[in-house]
Structures are given as structure tokens and as C-alpha cells.
Design a protein around this ligand. Structure first.
Ligand code: D41
Length: 672
């Protein structure tokens, strides 16, 4: 269906008005930002192509929101500008080219800052006293939120230090750190109160409270990013200005960095992008600003955005798309997981066409049906998730929505399915007679952190199981080159390599083997704990539930799963067959508590040069240290490589020793 330009403009206008009202006035967005931005860009495009269709009331003419009547409005003495966006490397180099051409300067210095995803505000200090605070609003007029800003813990009410200007307007962003947001939402949900969609909306909603006592209870935090009207002296560079603000007690970004040229800007972008998930607050891009104020003045601004700054956006982590259908996948433990089939979308930097729906409780919670428009989130390396159903007026009529029905039998093997009391998960009872479960068990057994059999990929496992060449993990060790080379896409050389890899995997370690067995709830850490507690496989297999519970991290449920696993005669046969096939490991000698680093707890973070983080942790444990994935007051030392983000910061805040890779390597060498 193609609309005429008139109709499309009308439809986009109505949609954008509805969306922006929900976003700005109710702090409860109807659609992901990426959808909003896309609709806005489309409208701008249409208006550019057909100037007669452009109305002065168009949503494209209004950036931000008009102040709400309940707050007094404040006209900014100097408008708060907006930022142009760059969505690609090319957009950024175009920006740099425009800047350097206008300035006739080759090497331009840029100050780089993460772009905080919060609410822009202006705070005015008269003779060092906070006298006024206002939201950015539409850039010209905002809301007077002085009483609320006064409750923000890190905003100084009085400035301290030398040469404080008689009038100083500071501009910056109010956010809620992600940790605090999660806690706040968890509490709200426990009390049956409204939960916020994301930290940004929570920050906006908190600043919008007419009762500042409510705002005071919200974990708001301010970071300055520029100044407005100033009567007094400030440095002649952006970075030095922010450092000066910091001296007076005003919080600025810890991540700010000044670099020369566009290549260095791109490198900064990549390095912060890599840390994005670990940062203590949400960011949606990087802001690059020409550092010299004199150069900024020469560049000036067009309409409402400065020519000397640009925001390079990260790929959206949330977008909406259509739920086309649901498949049911059977996992290693028989768990049947609904997997959403989606109209492919670009999210978090990749194209996604599947997302997990977890289980039937989750489907119920979301209220999702096939045919719905859903919000898909992909952050970092995590599996794409469906976070909500888009509730918008143009949703589907109920007749076009199909309810998601769980299968009554295993979709792979036809066995019965079973849902245990109190569990959200439905399982196939077929065990290893279910080919889907068997394939998943073998994939896990062969995986890198388990037996690490190189070259045994999913396709090959599928064939081995489908052709009934193996029915247990132990059968892998009876395969030979002649059998394997008969399979699809397996030449002589790759068959030989595979058999060699299988053979080599026999020499393993006890923790790897325990992990490889795929006992429910026994991950790598538990497998390690079991190995160092019992020292031998026989002891693990002989341990009654109570003894298992003595092991660190093993609770009653995990103990029950381990016991059930070792008592199952089929598992006993597989283990015996593995031993007969020659699977072996060195005796476990270092019980935890021995070794030169006994009693210390380490966290490894950032990128290491000489080895992966896993290997570094393994070396630490071999020396008797414990390793943990997050920094706490109990952490003794943090080994931090380049790119270490929030963990390093937390360690600094807690005064925990931080060492770099070369110091560490020296230490390890000395301890040997
Ligand atoms: O972190 C931010 N959200 C941020 C926003 C930042 N670090 N710098 C910014 N700089 C500007 C200019 C260049 C206009 C002084 C901004 C914004 N503006 C901004 N925030 C909202 C609209 C514009």
C-alpha cells in the first residue's frame, strides 16, 4: 500500500504527535526511540521534497516539548542548542571535513564525551549560589525545576574555590545510573507501583514531580557538558572549561578526552562503544566538540545546532518489528523454549530475525500474540529479547492476532511434555531418545569451555545424530576417519583433523569433564568447586546430597540435580564408557586454600595482550586465588587491561589495588 505524499505527511504527523505526547508529557514512550527518529526523518524528507506540505505546526518544527502548565516556564537567556547526529563513520568524516574546511585548519582538536541519555537542564549560579534550574524544554523555553534540582545529591548548592563568576549558567544532563534504576524499579514493582521503561524516562518523570520530596527519593545524578550565559572569566577551551567547573564542585564526565583529528575520534568512539554495557549509566552515542572556543565562535551555528559539535549515535538497542510466528526449540535438559520469528530488523548493530520468549509465563506477562508489533532489544552480546508489545492506536484488530499455543507433545520427538509444579519451564520427557536433546548435549560436551573439540560444529553433530552414528557423548570416541569422511562436506583432510581433535580432547581436566557432562545447574564455577572439593570423579559420584551441599555455591537444588544425574544408570554407563575410551585428567592437587595467592579474590577486566581473560583467571586460580566476575568490598586485586570500564572505576572508588598486565605477569613469574 503506497500513500500519497499528503496522506503520508498527515499520517506521520498524527503518529508523531501521539508519540511525542506520550514521551514528553507522560514519560511513557509508546515506541522505541529508533522508531520515533525514523518517522521524524521520513517526515523531514517528505517536507524537503514537497515544501508545500510543510506546516509551521509540523512535529519537525518543534524539537523537545513545550513546558507543562503545572510548572512555571523559564525562557533561557541564550537558547539551548540541539545537536546534529552522525549515524556512520562517513557522517563523522563529513562533519570533520566541513569543520576543517571552514577553519582552514588541518588538525582540529576535538573534545570527546559520552552522550548521556537523560534530561538536559540548565542550572544558574549567581555569586556562587544556585538560584535557578530549568529543563531544556524546546530549547528556548523550559520548566522551572529549581526545587527538584536542589534535591539532586551531586549538584552543589554553593560553589567553592577561586574566581567564581558572578553569573554562571551550567548546562548538563540529569540521569539515573543503571544500578540505581534497577533497584528503584524492583522496589516499585514489589510495592505494586508504576515501573519505568528505562532510566531516561525515570529521570524525566522524577524531575517532573510537582512535589520535590518525591524527586529527593530518586537516585538522580547530574553531569555538566557546557556553559550558557557567563559573567566572569572562563578558559578558552571546552575541556579546560569543564575542568574549571569541576574545580568549583560541579560534576563533569570522567570519560572526557581531547584528541586531534577524525581518526582519533573514531578510535574514542570504538573504545567507549566496547565499554557501553559496563558503564554505570546509559549512553546513546558520543559527542564530539571542537575544543577551542575561538574556533567554535568562528564556526557558529545553523538554525538551532552548532556547526562545531556532532553526536555520533550508537546503533539503536531497541527497535520495533512484527512477530511473524513462534517456533519451539528443545534444549539440553529437554526444556522447550518458544523462539520468536521476527520480521528481520537492524538492532544493536546486527540484523535480528529470532528472539527468545523464554517460557509460557513470559508470553503471558507480555500479553503477546503472533501478528503483534513488538519491541526487540539487543544489548551487547546478549541474546535478543522481546521487551514489550507496542501499544499504539493502529494496533491489529484482535481477529488478526493469533494466540501462541504451547505444543502438547515434544515438537522434535513426539514424547510427552511435562511441567513441574512451580516451574515456568515445560520439558520433553524423552531424554536422550529425543534427538534434539541429544544434539544439544553433544554440542555442550564439545564446546570450548567443556571438552573443547575443535571442528565439531552444529551441522556435523546434526548429521552424526540423524544418521544414528552416535547415541551418547561417549560414542564420539569410537568414530573413525572412514565413517566421518562419508558425511556431507567432510573431505579426507577435515575428517582426519576431526578424529585427531576428538582424540586430543581426551586429555582434559576434572573441572572441564564435570562441566561437560551437562548436569543441570552445574556451570563452570560449580564444576570447579566440585573438583577442588572432592578431588576425584569417584568422590563426586559417591557423595550424598548433604555432602554435596558442603561445596561452595552448591545449594539443595543443585545438589539434588547432581545426585539425580549420577544415580541415573544411563549416565553411569556413559561415564564408564568415557573412561574406557581413555578420557583422562591430571590429579587435582590444589584444593582451594592452597597456593601463594590463597585467600585473595581477583577480578580480571578489560582486554589483555598476552592471553584471554579466561586463561588469566585460570592462572590465578592455579596459584590458589579465587576469581570473581564483579568487584565488591571483598575483592583484593583487580587486573585491568585497556578498556576496563565500570569495574575499574568501582575498584578505584573502593580503594582496591589495581594492577596492569605487565605488573601482573611479573608477579606471576615471581610466584612460580
Ligand atoms: O551527554 C549529553 N547528552 C550531551 C548533550 C553532551 N555531552 N554534550 C552536549 N552538548 C551540546 C552542545 C554542543 C549544544 C553544547 C549535549 C547537548 N548539546 C544537548 N543535549 C540535548 C540537546 C543538546
Amino acid at each position: 500500500m503506497t500513500l500519497s505524499p499528503e496522506d503520508e505527511v498527515a499520517a506521520l504527523t498524527a503518529q508523531l504527535s501521539r508519540w511525542s505526547k506520550a514521551y514528553f508529557e507522560e514519560d511513557a514512550p509508546l515506541v522505541p526511540d529508533a522508531d520515533y527518529d525514523a518517522a521524524m526523518r521520513r517526515l523531514q524528507e517528505l517536507e524537503a521534497e514537497h515544501p508545500t506540505l510543510k506546516r509551521s505546526t509540523s512535529p519537525t518544527q518543534r524539537v523537545g516539548s513545550a513546558p507543562l502548565s503545572s510548572f512555571e516556564s523559564v525562557t533561557h537567556r541564550r537558547p539551548m542548542l540541539s545537536l546534529d547526529n552522525a549515524f556512520s563513520r562517513e557522517d563523522l568524516s563529513d562533519f570533520h571535513r566541513r569543520v576543517s574546511e571552514r577553519l582552514k585548519v588541518h588538525d582540529v582538536a576535538y573534545c570527546c564525551e559520552p552522550k548521556l541519555d537523560g534530561v538536559a537542564v540548565s542550572i544558574v549560579y549567581a555569586n556562587g549560589e544556585l538560584v535557578l534550574a530549568a529543563t531544556r524544554g524546546d530549547g528556548s523555553t523550559g520548566e522551572n525545576v529549581t526545587a527538584n534540582i536542589r534535591t539532586v545529591q551531586n549538584v552543589p548548592l554553593t560553589l567553592e574555590g577561586e574566581d567564581i563568576p558572578s553569573y554562571l549558567e551550567v548546562r548538563g544532563e540529569v540521569v539515573i545510573p543503571t544500578d540505581a534504576f534497577d533497584k528503584m524499579n524492583a522496589r516499585a514493582s514489589a510495592l505494586g507501583e508504576k515501573v519505568f521503561v528505562n532510566p531516561r524516562n525515570a529521570a524525566a518523570g522524577s524531575l517532573r514531580q510537582l512535589d520535590s520530596r518525591i524527586t529527593a527519593k530518586r537516585p538522580l545524578s547530574f553531569t555538566a557538558y557546557s556553559v550558557g550565559v557567563v559573567e566572569g572569566d572562563l578558559p578558552d577551551c571546552h575541556d579546560a572549561t569543564l575542568r574549571q567547573l569541576s574545580q568549583w564542585g560541579i560534576p563533569v564526565s570522567d570519560y572526557m578526552e581531547t584528541v586531534t583529528g577524525v581518526e582519533a575520534c573514531e578510535a574514542y568512539y570504538e573504545s567507549i562503544a566496547a565499554q557501553r554495557e559496563a558503564l554505570p549509566f546509559d549512553i546513546d552515542g558520543i559527542v564530539f566538540k571542537v575544543n577551542s572556543i575561538a574556533q567554535q565562535e568562528r564556526l557558529g551555528f545553523v538554525s538551532r545546532a552548532p556547526r562545531w559539535a556532532i553526536a555520533r549515535k550508537f546503533p539503536a538497542q531497541e527497535v520495533s518489528t512484527c512477530l511473524l510466528g513462534v517456533d519451539f526449540q528443545v534444549g539440553r535438559t529437554g526444556a522447550i523454549t518458544p523462539v520468536a520469528r521476527l520480521d528481520p530488523v537492524f538492532v544493536g548493530g546486527v540484523t535480528v530475525s529470532n528472539a527468545t520468549l523464554h517460557n509460557s509465563d513470559e508470553i503471558e506477562r507480555l500479553g503477546v500474540c503472533i501478528g503483534d508489533r513488538v519491541v526487540v532489544r539487543r544489548a551487547g552480546d546478549v541474546i535478543p529479547q522481546i521487551v514489550s508489545v507496542v501499544q499504539d492506536e493502529d494496533g491489529l484488530p484482535d481477529a488478526a492476532r493469533t494466540k501462541i499455543v504451547f505444543p502438547k507433545a515434544c515438537p522434535e520427538c513426539g514424547s510427552d511434555v511435562d511441567r513441574q509444579d512451580g516451574e515456568a519451564v515445560v520439558r520433553c520427557v524423552g531424554g536422550m531418545s529425543c534427538s534434539a536433546q541429544l544434539k544439544a548435549v553433544i554440542r555442550h560436551f564439545a564446546s570450548r569451555k567443556a571438552m573443547d573439540i575443535e571442528g565439531l560444529g552444529d551441522k556435523l553433530i546434526d548429521q552424526l545424530v540423524d544418521e544414528a552414528l552416535i547415541s551418547t557423548v561417549a560414542d564420539l570416541f569410537s568414530l573413525d576417519v572412514a565413517t566421518v569422511s562419508g558425511l556431507d562436506r567432510m573431505g579426507m583432510k577435515s575428517s582426519e583433523n576431526l578424529i585427531e581433535a576428538i582424540d586430543q580432547s581426551k586429555a582434559t581436566t576434572l573441572p572441564r569433564l564435570i562441566y561437560a557432562l551437562g548436569i543441570r545447574e552445574v556451570g563452570e564455577a560449580t564444576a570447579r568447586a566440585l573438583a577442588s572439593h572432592f578431588l576425584t570423579l569417584e568422590e563426586v559420584m559417591a557423595a550424598p546430597v548433604e555432602t554435596l551441599e558442603d561445596v561452595d555455591d552448591v545449594g539443595p537444588i543443585v545438589a539434588k540435580h547432581i545426585r539425580a544425574f549420577v544415580l541415573d544408570s544411563r549416565n553411569q554407563e556413559v561415564i564408564a564408557a568415557l573412561l574406557t575410551a581413555g578420557v583422562n585428567w591430571p590429579a587435582v592437587s590444589i584444593a582451594s586454600g592452597d597456593g601463594p595467592l590463597a585467600g585473595t579474590i581477583w577480578v580480571v577486566t578489560g582486554k589483555l595482550e598476552s592471553m584471554g581473560r579466561d586463561d588469566a583467571e585460570q592462572r590465578l586460580r592455579a596459584l590458589g586465588a579465587k576469581t570473581a566476575s564483579s568487584v565488591s568490598a571483598k575483592t583484593t586485586t583487580v587486573l585491568a587491561g585497556p578498556g576496563a570500564g565500570s569495574k575499574r572505576k568501582k575498584a578505584e572508588a573502593l580503594g582496591i589495588e589495581i594492577i596492569d598486565e605487565s605488573e601482573w605477569l611479573t608477579l606471576v613469574e615471581e610466584l612460580k
